[in-house]
Write a protein that binds this ligand. Structure first.
Ligand code: NAD
Length: 428
């Protein structure tokens, strides 16, 4: 969310238009699918700790629910905009469709910076967000989840407010709940692990031994940390990570050609995924500029921070050695950069496939909440692996068969499924 004039909604629409073109989609379906079905924008007044009132802007966008209730995270970010939320809601629709789970696409956000808010103030924002939306969200209409700078604690406050309003237990209203309070084992790991399930499959297709590979990662938050954990377990080495430095208001990369020590690095990282520079140096990391992660001599790049990171301006900095880009973040690559990546024959695992592990596990959480029986962690993760592997195989096969860029192949599968649901329901 840098202020560069970049508009993720326009990018999401351009990507959709190109898929609609490949599919030869009729005009009515295009009109229904390229904009959200519903969107809500509201002000949230909050009593601050010092007695003053802070007023925050809140959003919820429901892009499409033809295949099932809307599903999507709630982000807390100072630079959140309605267009970012619209884009992310749209990507959620495609994400649920590409992994073939019976959910639609939604997203929410609040323009706020949790770095400067106490937990009590954040709780008030969560409760206020639910009060504003209680009539428009729910277990059979729209199910929120954690996202950037929101956690299981935020979800529990939101659930508690919803249950106060409706006077009952509705654990299926929200996912990402704490384990023991209706949460699913494996949810914390799900997105990062899911990214690596797809990387493992891509390596298998390319005939590359994971143990001979090296990766560089942008970000060091939830997605990045668990992606690194599983990637190291399958034998890979991570030589660089990056993060946002709240004090300096800029990003830094942390490189170590011997491979980073995940456990030690996590020990010097705050809850926002910010790494302590001085302590990282003591761990043998070299501190480089924010974009250095991109130009490392790695086989695999994992952008897992935020959108608009690989652009026309920096795509040429990607090392010639890179064979796979797995998009852990949503929308990290602009269409201009996409063209270069495609021409260089880098195997791209597009965002809404690569990071679909989170929503897939959220779906499992809903299923468990609804039947009130909770699966073992191994059970959750092996079901996740099955779903991710099947989705990867379908995208990769279509890409090969029709000689499509993998992003286009993923779009074609997803858009086709959602368009069919709209037709079958008689909407178009
Ligand atoms: P997070 O808040 O836990 O971590 C974000 C990380 O990115 C932090 O380490 C932060 O310091 C870093 N960062 C922020 N700005 C940066 C910059 N300019 N350069 C380098 N690093 C920067 O968030 P997360 O949950 O890991 O999510 C990361 C991305 O993955 C987001 O795009 C999110 O929408 C997407 N995603 C998350 C999930 C999930 O389950 N958490 C699911 C699907 C997609």
């Amino acid at each position: 969310m840098k202020d560069t004039g970049f508009n993720p909604y326009e990018m999401a629409q351009a990507q959709f238009d190109s898929a609609a073109e490949i599919l030869g989609l009729d005009t009515a379906s295009r009109e229904v699918l390229r904009v959200p079905l519903r969107e809500y924008q509201f002000s949230l007044p909050v009593r601050m700790d010092d007695g003053s009132v802070g007023v925050y802007r809140g959003f919820r966008v429901q892009h499409n629910d033809a295949r099932g209730p809307c599903k999507g995270g709630v982000r807390f970010h100072p630079a959140e905009t309605i267009d970012t939320v619209r884009a992310l809601a749209m990507w959620m629709t495609w994400k649920c469709a590409v992994v073939d789970i019976p959910l639609g696409g939604g997203k929410g956000g609040v323009v706020c910076d949790p770095h400067n808010l106490s937990m009590r103030e954040q709780e008030q924002i969560c409760r206020g967000w639910v009060r504003k939306l209680a009539k428009n969200v729910g277990p059979v209409t729209d199910i929120p989840a954690p996202d950037v700078m929101t956690s299981s604690q935020h979800m529990l406050w939101m659930l508690d407010e919803f249950e106060h309003i409706y006077g009952g237990h509705y654990p299926g209203f929200i996912t990402g709940k704490p384990v023991g309070m209706g949460g699913s084992l494996g949810r914390t790991e799900a997105t990062g692990y899911g990214v690596v399930f797809t990387i493992r499959e891509a390596l298998r297709e390319l005939g590359i031994d994971p143990e001979k590979t090296v990766a560089s990662v942008q970000g060091f938050g939830n997605v990045a940390q668990f992606a690194i954990e599983l990637y190291q377990q399958i034998g890979g080495k991570v030589i660089c990570v990056s993060c946002w430095d709240q004090t300096d208001q800029q990003a830094y990369s942390f490189s170590n050609s011997q491979g980073i020590d995940l456990k030690a690095l996590k020990g010097i990282t705050d809850r926002f995924g910010g790494i302590d520079k001085a302590k990282a140096k003591e761990l043998g990391c070299e501190i480089l500029d924010g974009e250095a992660w991109l130009e490392q001599d790695a086989d695999i790049l994992i952008p897992a921070a935020l959108e608009n990171q690989i652009t026309g301006d920096n795509v040429e900095r990607i090392s010639k050695k890179v064979k796979i880009i797995a998009e852990g973040a949503n929308g990290p690559t602009t269409p201009e950069a996409d063209r270069t990546i495609q021409s260089r024959d880098i195997f791209l695992i597009p965002d809404f496939l690569a990071n679909a592990g989170g929503v897939t596990c959220s779906y499992f959480e809903q299923v468990q909440s609804n039947i009130n029986y909770y699966w073992e962690k191994d059970d959750v993760l092996s079901r996740l692996d099955l779903k991710m592997t099947a989705a990867f195989a379908a995208v990769s096969e279509l890409s090969r068969k029709r000689k499509l860029y993998t992003r286009d192949a993923a779009y074609v599968i997803a858009v086709d499924r959602v368009a069919k649901a709209c037709r079958d329901r008689g909407w178009v």
